[in-house]
Design a protein. Structure first.
Length: 615
């Protein structure tokens, strides 16, 4: 059932001097290819397709010349025509004809060796909001700056074609077609090649748990793509483990292969894997990871899951009963930090105390919930992560979800002071875990990242109403006017403002991030990221210390959440102040008190602050 060799090539593909079309439509007795002119407005021809065993239909035409395009749809059972579910390009949007074309591009990244998992520092980027133009090529001029700052990987929010002019990307419906408004296939190739030239790894955020509500034509071909045995927040689950699951699995696995093979991506971030339901063997997540690695042709490929379950099995090796992924988001760190510094207590934040002791425990283990009962759900959550290396767990203090899923899309900068932001950043970037930043975080950007869509009017009204109902249960948003996701102003307000990074309060943060990431990359104690090389402990109720050891060196990261910290050294005196987040060069009020304290053998911090000491 799940043998990929039993599924022939699907969609439109070139075979010698012919362009071959093949679809899977087992619920229909006939099918046809509908060809369109260059403007995609009028039909040019209809070509009957021949039935093949297994519910497949096939047709072919003469291949067009180099760089020429063929625009097409498929009719099935007398209905349609519909776009190709395996389309490689949708230049006229998700409802328009699909495009078959050989894209010629001269890659220059043959010498790019990638970055090891241990050295990942990831920045999450939304293509439409990262620049004024909102395109792949518009991001290229910013790549050198990201790499010089210390970022080693960019993670592109979903690129699969979605309905409308703007969208977060999680409403994608054409899993093999890069979004046309971003620049389509050629634009993505140019961006990845340029990123590799700068030494940046490229990860693609891939959504394989559902398809969006508009432009999803899978059911027009066959209802067998879905199953009522598994339910997700978006409706019926994809049928990856039942009868006829082989083609559905190929839809996902071939998409993963494509990002790696054809666009030279270095890995994937798999969205909400807890909503990918598979009761069979091998699990579809394992297959996606294995297929993606094979598509890499020997180069290192990283597959990271976003998963709320704290499930260690995801990253355990296959020979130890795991799924063999390379990493997983561990959001408990974010939740503890936000509870501590911003005081959030709605929703899932009620499961966290934000105490110094609980932050320290989360740092020691990687995540907090390891089977304890959640106050919010009343159910146990999590497994022990203590046999997982820290470099397989991704931590953050903000990301697209934690910003955009707030009612107003407000960043951390609107909830904590600049001093608190600097302290939180120091702990994030100097921990042994993989840090994830959201675009603009490196200068403490204040531009909001709001939830935005561009659906057709009726669906758009449902999205707007649903968004406002979603926050009716949150006390902190009562009486507030939630931004309309459908309004163009909501999208435009989410675009980064690069001008603000030159202001003193932002330039100082950027300097801090540069110094912290340099320490992370170069200091022997910070480069040691195995278990046993670090410890974290609370210092009273409102402070903690993270100690890193390696190469005969020791770094201590002291973080104060609030109030006054006065802590005498228990053993040896500190030998060197590496940095203090309140230094004037970082936009702080000065670090004279820190220096005076260290001279007296004491750590002194007032209010939210962090200090890094080499001992």
């Amino acid at each position: 059932m799940k043998n990929p060799s039993s599924v022939p090539p699907l969609g439109a593909f070139f075979q010698g001097d012919e362009l071959v079309f093949r679809i899977w439509a087992p619920d229909h007795d006939r099918a046809e290819v509908v060809l369109y002119g260059a403007d995609a407005a009028a039909e040019r021809a209809r070509i009957p397709m021949e039935a093949e065993p297994g519910g497949f239909f096939r047709a072919q035409v003469g291949a067009p010349g180099a760089e020429a395009s063929v625009f097409y749809k498929f009719g099935v059972g007398g209905a349609g025509p519909f776009p190709d579910p395996f389309s490689r390009s949708q230049p006229f949007g998700v409802h328009g004809p699909s495009e078959a074309r050989i894209v010629s591009f001269s890659w220059t990244d043959q010498a790019f060796a990638g970055v090891s998992v241990e050295d990942l520092v990831i920045q999450e980027i939304h293509m439409g909001a990262a620049t004024a133009e909102g395109t792949f090529e518009a991001l290229i001029p910013h790549l050198v700056e990201l790499r010089s700052l210390g970022i080693t990987a960019i993670e592109l929010m979903p690129l699969a074609s979605f309905p409308g002019r703007w969208n977060w990307g999680y409403d994608g419906v054409c899993l093999h077609a890069p979004q046309a408004s971003y620049g389509g296939p050629l634009g993505l190739m140019r961006l990845v090649d340029a990123a590799h030239a700068c030494g940046l790894v490229v990860l693609v955020d891939a959504v394989y748990n559902h398809l969006g509500p508009a432009g999803n034509y899978l059911r027009a071909y066959t209802k067998r793509y879905f199953t009522d045995r598994h339910q997700t927040p978006w409706g019926e689950g994809l049928n990856v483990d039942g009868e006829d699951a082989r083609v559905v699995r190929e839809l996902l696995a071939r998409s993963a292969e494509m990002w790696i093979r054809d666009y030279h991506a270095d890995g994937l971030r798999l969205d909400a894997t807890h909503e990918i339901r598979d009761d069979g063997e091998p699990h579809i997540l394992r297959e996606i990871a294995e297929r993606a690695r094979r598509a890499g042709g020997g180069k290192q490929i990283v597959v990271i899951a976003e998963d709320e379950r704290n499930e260690a099995r995801l990253v355990r090796p296959v020979d130890r009963g795991g799924l063999g992924l390379d990493g997983v988001w561990a959001d408990d760190f974010h939740h503890q930090m936000r509870r501590a510094f911003a005081g959030d207590e709605d929703g899932y934040f009620q499961d966290f105390t934000g105490s110094a002791a609980d932050i320290a425990r989360t740092l020691m283990d990687g995540w907090f919930y390891q089977g304890q009962t959640s106050k919010r759900t009343g159910e146990p959550r999590g497994t022990s992560p203590r046999d997982i290396e820290p470099t397989r767990l991704v931590h953050c203090i903000q990301n697209h979800d934690q910003i955009g899923n707030r009612a107003f899309g407000d960043r951390l900068s609107e909830s904590v002071s600049p001093a608190a932001f600097r302290a939180m950043s120091a702990l994030l970037l100097l921990s042994p875990y993989v840090p994830l930043l959201f675009m603009g975080q490196e200068w403490n950007a204040r531009t909001r990242f709001q939830y935005f869509t561009d659906h057709e009017p009726e669906l758009g009204r449902w999205v707007t109403e649903g968004r406002r109902k979603e926050f009716s249960a949150f006390a902190s948003f009562q009486g507030a006017e939630i931004p309309d996701p459908q309004a163009e102003s909501t999208f435009l307000a989410s675009k980064l403002s690069y001008a603000e990074r030159e202001a003193p309060e932002h330039a100082g943060v950027r300097e801090l991030y540069h110094e912290l990431l340099r320490l992370r990359a170069e200091h022997p104690a910070s480069r040691a990221r195995q278990r046993g090389t670090f410890e974290a402990r609370a210092v009273g109720e409102d402070a903690l210390v993270l100690v890193r050891r390696g190469g005969g060196k020791e770094l201590s990261v002291w973080v104060n959440v609030r109030g006054r910290l006065r802590q005498k050294w228990e053993n040896a005196s500190p030998s060197k102040l590496v940095l203090a987040t309140e230094e004037e060069r970082f936009g702080g009020g000065g670090a004279s008190g820190v220096r005076e304290g260290l001279a007296a053998g004491e750590v002194r911090l007032d209010g939210p602050a962090a200090v890094v000491i080499e001992t």
